[in-house]
Design a protein around this ligand. Structure first.
Ligand SMILES: C[S@@+](CC[C@H](N)C(=O)[O-])C[C@H]1O[C@@H](n2cnc3c(N)ncnc32)[C@H](O)[C@@H]1O
Length: 318
């Protein structure tokens, strides 16, 4: 059965370009097969799967054909490969997009259940050494590890943005030694993935080590700065006229009144020292506001009715 599936995969991938020459121990074929076997139990109807670094779409096409009830996305920075993928793969449950996940471009899909990558990274090995630390307590402290964490972090952050909480990342990575492996897990952890050691293992392909790693997207992500600041002195319930917010909540609420219409705004010197105050009056939805921010750091937001705000702005402008 395993042998038959391998042969079928090999024949299927033969149409997808030079990476998939059908010689024995082709690392791309083997990694795709191993990733497919690892993800197979997760391929339930409705599952959304994303291939990070899909090249000409071989794995995407295989998944979409074998599991027509799943939605499959393929991303690659190689525009030509994506063009070829779009020509070769016409399954209705497939979408391809050109995307370099190290770029600033925003994540093209989210809420995937499974994120996979078969060697879709460019981890550098310029300072690679076969000498690795034998002191496991010190692994993460080495300069080698810290650099590798910095290099891997953007990948895991972008991939985490594609996945929904509780979703799975299954990847085969080009990693050189145990220090590098340690760094990858550290970077993934920082990016919101929990390492699943029991489901991860080292593959030997053409006598070279390729770790197959598995992570779960943690439920909790790092809260945004606004959320953290907002909880400093959180106000209960919806905003109401008559409320006065001081310091950080004032700033946070003011900035989050995103559709605000500022009716009046002025910077003026303070009488009690060399400071200035910015006062702005406006309306946001069904709330009026008066916002004062002093260069000393103090900020106050007073919520009033929209009519009061209109009157207040007119008086100040007069
Ligand atoms: C070995 S191929 C993947 C093959 C494919 N997953 C399959 O099995 O059919 C690795 C791909 O990763 C892509 N890749 C590497 N770094 C990338 C990045 N930063 N953003 C997008 N794609 C990247 C490369 O362009 C390459 O096509």
């Amino acid at each position: 059965m395993t042998r038959e599936l391998k042969e079928e995969l090999k024949a299927f991938f033969a149409d997808f370009g030079p990476l998939f020459e059908t010689r024995e121990e082709n690392i791309y074929l083997v990694t795709a097969y191993e990733v497919y076997m690892a993800m197979r139990p997760l391929l339930v109807p409705g599952a959304r799967i994303a291939d990070m670094g899909c090249y000409t779409g071989a794995l995407v096409a295989w998944l979409a054909t074998k599991h027509p009830e799943c939605q499959v996305f393929g991303f690659d920075r190689d525009a030509e490969a994506i063009e070829v993928a779009k020509e070769l793969v016409t399954c209705p449950n497939v979408e391809f997009a050109e995307w370099d996940y190290l770029s600033d471009a925003s994540v093209p899909v989210s809420d995937c259940d499974i994120v996979v990558s078969t060697l879709g990274t460019d981890f550098t090995i310029d300072d690679f050494t076969w000498e690795c630390s034998l002191d496991t307590a010190n692994l993460g402290a080495s300069e080698f590890c810290r650099r590798r964490v910095g290099e891997a972090l953007p990948y895991f952050q972008k991939w985490r943005g594609v996945c929904k909480p509780g979703g799975q990342l299954i990847a085969v990575l080009r990693i050189k030694n145990v220090d590098h492996h340690f760094s990858i897990v550290e970077a993934a952890h920082q990016a919101g993935w929990s390492f699943d050691a029991a489901q991860s293992r080292l593959l030997q392909i053409a006598e070279r080590p390729f770790p197959l790693v598995r992570f779960a997207a943690r439920e909790s992500r790092m809260p945004s700065a606004t959320e953290i600041m907002g909880s400093w002195d959180a106000q209960e319930g919806p905003l109401q006229a008559g409320q006065v917010l001081d310091y950080i909540p004032a700033l946070v609420v003011y900035e989050s009144l995103s559709d605000k219409r500022v009716l009046y705004c002025e910077d003026s010197p303070c009488t009690d020292g060399p400071h200035t105050v910015r006062i702005s009056v406006g309306v946001a939805g069904d709330i009026g506001f008066v916002f004062q921010r002093f260069t000393t750091g103090y900020a106050e937001l007073e919520l009033i009715s929209p009519n009061e705000a209109e009157e207040c702005a007119a008086q100040m402008a007069a």
